[in-house]
Design a protein around this ligand. Structure first.
Ligand SMILES: NC(=O)c1ccc[n+]([C@@H]2O[C@H](COP(=O)([O-])OP(=O)(O)OC[C@H]3O[C@@H](n4cnc5c(N)ncnc54)[C@H](O)[C@@H]3O)[C@@H](O)[C@H]2O)c1
Ligand SMILES: O[C@H]1[C@H](O)[C@@H](O)[C@H](O)[C@@H](O)[C@H]1O
Length: 343
């Protein structure tokens, strides 16, 4: 860190999310500056570096982590590249903000969990940014206060306009529903114990071979049931909603519709088209919370345990997708390093 305590950050992966995090760290976050960027595509790395004074462009994550002025790492490469970058950061004792998913399968997530446990201190915040969304935070506060009584059900909707090339049915779980898995664990403070996936006849707007939409059902250890409509080629907007049903009432978030216009016999609002717009404030708060915690010498937010538990549930959901049956989720005992419940 500089003598003023400014955190030097290396951003790994400068695609859609990484480039937005570089902009965010540069424009919206206090106490940090981007000192290095990394992308296996050198043109992307150079384009991202060009927008920040004194920022170096790399194609090798390890070289960037070894560079002078790098105190912490933000990983925004695709999920399969996360494990290698995380283990490299652990070897150097560098704090990490790792975009979701922690890793794309439970075996690699377990290796990361074991490596951090061996280290004996938590270095990672996982990018489950919904925990930083003001609406999700209000819903969580309401549930924690007990105003609705015991939570019985969550009804969730997760819709994307379209999917990028190469997006598979498994990715609807690992890449998209992973957010609802974390949100369920966090909102209810309970682990998920079983998953079922129902697949209606695909929409004619779904790419060949993609099951879209799907209905994913979770059961939790406290007996709550959660349904998630995942529809990633809905064509009309980016929508993330959650309704909690408790013993004494219900509460619903995600209906924001921007400017509403009433004219010529019609009423209408706006629908965000992507996550960058819908969750802009949440990403800002997530990254600021990470920077603040690291500058204080600690970590905050979703942990490697949360990333690992999500990976185990994802794997059960992918099995449930294939079999059409109910698949139990079996988690090992939580290591003492992650003693606090999923809050
Ligand atoms: N929290 C959210 O809402 C959210 C939204 C979008 C993406 N994400 C996550 O962010 C990550 C990146 O997603 P994206 O949409 O920006 O993908 P992307 O494909 O747009 O960008 C990924 C970039 O990483 C680079 N890359 C690939 N392998 C690399 C490696 N080993 N080292 C360094 N760079 C490498 C690619 O060249 C590319 O530029 C994923 O983990 C994704 O799940 C999170
Ligand atoms: O990687 C993205 C991202 O995580 C978004 O938040 C989610 O809505 C998309 O479905 C997913 O593909």
């Amino acid at each position: 860190m500089t003598q003023h305590g400014t955190l030097g950050v290396a951003v790994i992966g400068t695609g859609r999310m990484g480039a937005d995090h570089v902009r965010r760290l540069d424009e919206a976050i206090s106490g940090a500056r981007v000192t290095a960027v990394v992308d296996i595509d050198p043109r992307r790395a150079e384009a991202a570096a060009a927008r920040v004074d004194g920022c170096a462009a790399h194609t090798d994550p390890a070289a960037a982590m070894a560079a002078a002025g790098v105190d912490a790492v933000l990983i925004a490469s695709p999920g399969p590249a996360h494990e290698e970058a995380l283990l490299e950061a652990f070897a150097r004792g560098l704090p990490v903000l790792c975009e979701k998913p922690l890793t794309p399968d439970s075996a690699s997530a377990r290796r990361v969990l074991d490596a951090e446990t061996r280290l004996g201190r938590r270095l990672v915040q996982v990018g489950f940014m919904r925990r930083y969304d003001s609406e999700y935070q209000r819903l969580k506060a309401l549930l924690d206060a007990g105003d609705l009584g015991r939570a019985l059900m969550l009804h969730c909707t997760h819709r994307n306009v379209s999917t990028p090339p190469g997006y598979t049915s498994q990715m609807t779980i690992n890449d998209s529903v992973v957010h609802e898995i974390d949100a369920t664990r966090w909102l209810l403070g309970e682990e998920i114990t079983a998953v079922t996936v129902l697949r209606p006849t695909p929409s004619s707007g779904a790419p060949e071979g993609l099951s879209d939409p799907q209905l994913v059902l979770f059961e939790t250890e406290g007996g709550a049931v959660v349904d998630v409509e995942i529809f990633v080629n809905c064509g009309f907007g980016y929508q993330v909603r959650c309704e909690a049903v408790g013993e004494h009432g219900t509460a619903r978030i995600g209906d924001a519709h921007g400017l509403t216009v009433q004219a010529a016999g019609r009423w209408g609002g706006e629908i965000a088209q992507d996550f960058v717009t819908r969750f802009r404030d949440a990403y800002d708060r997530e990254v600021q919370a990470w920077v603040d915690a690291v500058r204080r010498g600690g970590t905050a937010g979703p942990s490697v345990w949360d990333g690992y538990a999500a990976a185990v549930v994802c794997e059960a959901a992918v099995r449930a997708q294939a079999t059409g049956g109910r698949v139990p989720v079996v988690l090992p005992e939580r290591p003492a390093l992650y003693a606090a419940p999923p809050r």
